[in-house]
Every structure is written in C-alpha cells, then in structure tokens.
Design a protein around this ligand. Structure first.
Ligand code: CA
Length: 575
C-alpha cells in the first residue's frame, strides 16, 4: 500500500496549491456574523444589520479567515470503513489541502463509527466537546435531545445559517424539504445534511430488464402491472437464455425494493419512502396509513400469487447483493430492482434497460414509492463549545457550491482528478494506482482523496461532482426516465418529545405486526381471506393507529409551514 507515499505527496501538493488562491466567488451573499471582535458592520440585501468579526475574509468565498489569523477548530469525525484503517485522517488529500484553502487549522478527533455514540456521550459528560461533529449521522431525535441539553448550537439563532451558510441557505430556499427535514418543532436547526439534488440519488430503486431476453421473446419494457406480470411469467417459462433448460429465476429482489418499485401501480406510497407506510390520501385530504388500505390488500395478494407461481424467488426474503450479482452473471436473472448496477461489470450493465415511465395499475394509478427526500440531516453539527460558529458554518457551506463540491469529492484537477471529454470527472491514475493493481477497492482508493466514503457528509449530490454509482450510466438514465413521475417526497419529519414517543413505540409495534402479517400472507402460511384481513385491520387500529396519524398530521403541518409544497420533481431542477 502506497498510502504513506501519497500522504507525503499530498502535503507537498497542498503547499503548492495554497499559493494558487481561489478567487472564484460562487455566491453573491456576503459573509457576516455576530461573534468575536467586531470591526465593521455590513448591511445585507434584506437590510438587516449584522456584525462581521474582523478575522473573516469577506472579499471572496475562500479563504474563510484572513491571512495570518490563527484559528483552530476541533472536528470530531465518525470513521467508517476505509478511514478507520488509516494511520491518520491526514492521509486523506482533502484534509491538508482544505486547511490551506481556508486558513483554518483543524484538529481532528478520530473516532471509529462503532464506538462513536459512546465516545460523543462521554464528551458531553466530561465537558470536552469538539467544535464540530462530522459524519456522525445524528438522528433528528438525538439532535433534539442534545440540542435541548444545550450541547448543539441552534443554527437559526441570530440568522447564523442564513448569514454564514449562504449556499446551503439558497438550496434550502429552492428545496423547502431541506428545512422541513431539519427544523425542530420549536424552530431550531441543529445540523446540515446531505442535499440529494440529483435524480440518481432521489430515485432510490430502479427496475432493470434484460434487453436480450425482451427482444428474443418479442416483449417490450412493461408499462402496466399486467404487462409486468407477463414479463415475469415469460422470462421464467420461455427459456430466454436459450440453453434448453428451465433454469431462469423468478424475480429476485430485496423486500424493501419490491415495495419501492410496485406500490405505485397499486396507488400507494405517493410521498416517498422516508415515513414508511404513511402517505397522502388526496381524496380525503389527510395522511393515511396505507398498509390497511384495500390497495395494500390487493398488492399483498398479487405478491402472494407471484410467490406461489414461482415468479418471485422463494429466497427473496434472504436477499444478498452478491447472490443477485451471480444470478445475473450466470444469465438466469432477467428482471431486478436495485439502487444501481455496481454489482455488475460494465458489459453486463449494458445488457439491461429500464422503465420509460412508472408502471400503471388497473385504474391507471401510477407513481413511485422508492423516492428519497432531497432533505436529510445530521451530517454536520456545531457544538455550543465552538467560539467561531461563523467560521465553522462557512467551512461546510463551501461544499454546497459547484466548486466546493468538486473539491470535496475529487480534490484538485490534474492532481487527484482529470476531466473527461464529456465533462464528467475521474480520479487520476495516481489515486487509482492501488485500485488498478488490485490492492484496494475503488472506494478504498477514493477514500484517500475525499471524506465521502460511506456518506453522511455535509455535501450535495449534484452531477458531475458526485459520481456515486447512482449518478452514472444506466442507473442514472433509469432515474432520469422516472423522475418526472415521482411526487416530491416528504422528508423524515421532526417530532416533539411526546410525538417521538408515539413514533418509537406505537408506530414501531404496528409496523412490526404489519411486516409479520405481510410475510405470512405472501408465503401462504396464513390465508388472505376476509376474516384474516378484517382481524388485521382491527388489530392495527387497536394498537393506536389514530395516535400515529395525529402525529403525522402535526408534523406535516409544520413542514408546510417551513415551505414544503406538494408537487412533482422535474429533471430541469437538477441540471
Ligand atoms: Ca433456460
């Protein structure tokens, strides 16, 4: 492994690059703040007067603080795979290079992801809080708890977020889901999240079809539920791989992906997947728990029949990505759904095509359940110990610009990455040397450039800067074809403490009962007859469903107050 050599090289390069400066202003907003030594006042466009600490550089987006300023921030990072194997996080190109760009020194506190929760809890007790926490993925309820205890800084206070994270703020104005996802019921925002502003990352599940098999059997990509069932039947029974054996598999699909790609044609899951079986009942204008709807009963009986007829693989409950990969490589799998095609080599990927539109059901219902929200939270938190919150916010805000996004994911052009003729980016041969020599995985090699591996970063997923597998090739084409049929997804909402209790207890129990009934109906261990169904509906009601719905009504109402509007995505939003 050449990583030590790389690390030395990085530090030499960082010195060289530091001299180049970075004058490209990507925002019209002027940074400003309310902390530290006040030397001047700036009036913003909205005529709000605010104070700017004298150490902040206000002439350009970088450096963050003026030359000669001595500011150190303590950043606690939750290290997943790849990073925890390194001798030091400084082996990552980003780390020293960004220090040079910002004039801000970072003292890294490296904590393995497995022990992060305990380690951070200890820091709150010992009073030794870092200034910033990155990649920890704090849940909304954890944010609320630490926020209420005074450990996390409220970024809405003194308009910190608007003034010192102008690029994040601009995205949040364009996509109100961002604040709807992160704003607490009492108004605080404790974290920045990953902004999913690409169709590839929004469409969480894509459905793929073997082109050769379709053409051999004279079939087209399905547009209705019946056509889909027929494709499954013909693939299973008409020897599309042409070996004379009835060896073709039925649909082999992860259970949650089966729901993501088929609920829509049964008229369910019309606000994305972030809130489980909760969606919007447009007719009655209220939230709905659709797992007790007639539509859900029809869906369960359809799946049970696929299972009984062998059109759904018996082992789909125990889905693994590697098994799917091997079924496809052995040419016995003609249809599957997944986030992307990374488990296949490029030649195999090119054998697959995708839906042109979402499939429709008997009454013409369509839509897609497998949709993520643009807004998420928990990737970047500033603690109450931070003396320079405006610096800390600007440190992350850069990653929500095009230029900063490119730097975050890929580093520096002609050093860590090169630009392809079509405008996409790829890591340089030097970065991928270990990968090409078979000594490291692609992601493992990329982790020596960026903090991105395993996600949870304060970034956006805009193309071409984020080129995760979802954002490339046929997976991206499949997402682009569906995105206009996808309703804007509700984010994971925030709850009051008492509402959270209903979600954690009542809803969890209901969901768990619902899953067990679903599985026993699909496998045929319980008959899905009127008596069984009515008992199930009654049981869900008796477990406290009305309380759950009430919580969602309140949460949805708050998200609307934060600007969330129903609508559909448009591909143009992301180009
Ligand atoms: Ca065959």
């Amino acid at each position: 492994m050449n990583t030590r050599k790389l690390a030395i090289l990085w530090s030499v390069l960082a010195l060289l690059i530091a001299g180049c400066g970075n004058e490209n202003d990507l925002t019209e907003n002027t940074p400003n703040g309310s902390h530290g030594n006040i030397s001047e006042e700036i009036v913003s466009e909205s005529n709000v007067t605010y104070d700017v600490p004298d150490y902040l550089n206000t002439d350009s987006i970088l450096p963050i603080v003026k030359d000669g300023t001595d500011i150190t921030l303590k950043v606690m990072i939750s290290q997943g795979p790849y990073y925890s194997n390194m001798n030091s996080i400084r082996e990552v190109y980003f780390v020293d290079a960004y220090d040079s760009k910002t004039n801000v020194k970072i003292e890294w506190i490296e904590v393995p992801a497995e022990s992060f929760g305990d380690r951070f809890a200890l820091a709150t007790v010992s009073g030794d809080l870092p200034d910033i926490v990155i990649k920890a993925g704090f849940s909304n309820s954890a944010q609320q708890r630490y926020g209420n205890q005074g450990f996390f800084l409220d970024l809405m206070k003194n308009n910190l977020l608007e003034n010192h994270a102008p690029n994040y703020w601009k995205l949040a104005q364009k996509h109100p889901e961002i604040l709807a996802a992160s704003r607490m019921p009492s108004g605080e925002v404790y974290s920045l999240g990953m902004v999913r502003n690409s169709s590839g990352s929004l469409v969480a599940s894509k459905l793929f079809f073997n082109k050769d098999w379709l053409s051999k059997l004279n079939l087209t990509v399905p547009s209705t539920a019946d056509e889909f069932t027929n494709v499954l039947y013909e693939f299973r029974h008409s020897d599309p791989n042409g070996n004379g054996l009835n060896d073709e598999a039925g649909l082999y699909i992860k259970p949650d992906h089966l729901e993501m790609v088929t609920f829509g044609m049964f008229g369910m899951g019309n606000r994305g997947r972030n809130n489980g079986y909760i969606d919007w009942d447009g007719q009655n204008e209220k939230v709905r728990y659709f797992a007790i709807s007639d539509e859900y009963r029809q869906w369960v009986s359809w799946v049970a029949k696929l299972y009984k007829d062998g059109l759904l693989e018996r082992e789909y409950f125990d889905f693994t990505e590697s098994k799917l990969g091997s079924l496809v490589m052995n040419d016995v799998c003609g249809v599957f759904a997944y986030t992307n095609l990374s488990m296949l080599d490029e030649q195999k990927q090119n054998q697959f095509t995708y839906l042109n539109n979402t499939m429709s059901g008997k009454l013409g219902e369509n839509g897609w359940f497998g949709v993520n929200s643009i807004g998420s939270t928990g990737s970047y938190v500033i603690t109450s110990a931070c003396e320079y919150p405006e610096v800390a916010l600007r440190w992350a805000d850069y990653f929500y610009t095009d230029e900063g996004s490119q730097f975050f994911y890929y580093g520096t052009e002609d050093v860590t990455f090169v630009r392809n003729a079509d405008g996409t980016l790829r890591f340089s041969d030097m970065v991928l040397a270990d990968f090409n020599a078979g000594l490291n995985s692609y992601d493992g090699s990329a982790a020596y450039v960026s903090l991105y591996a395993y996600g949870n970063t304060p970034t956006m997923t805009k193309i071409p800067f984020n080129s995760a597998d979802d954002n490339r090739g046929i997976s991206l084409e499949a997402a682009n074809a569906l995105i206009a049929d996808c309703a804007i997804a509700w984010p994971s909402f925030t709850y009051t403490v008492s509402e959270q209790r209903v979600i954690d207890d009542t809803k969890r129990d209901i969901d768990s009962y619902v899953s067990s009934m679903r599985d026993s109906w699909i496998m045929g261990t319980t008959d899905l007859d009127d008596v069984s169904w009515q008992n199930y509906v009654n049981r869900v009601a008796s477990m406290g469903l009305l309380d759950v719905l009430e919580v969602y009504e309140a949460a949805l109402q708050r998200s609307r107050e934060n600007g969330f509007k129903d609508g559909y995505y448009s591909l143009d939003d992301f180009n």
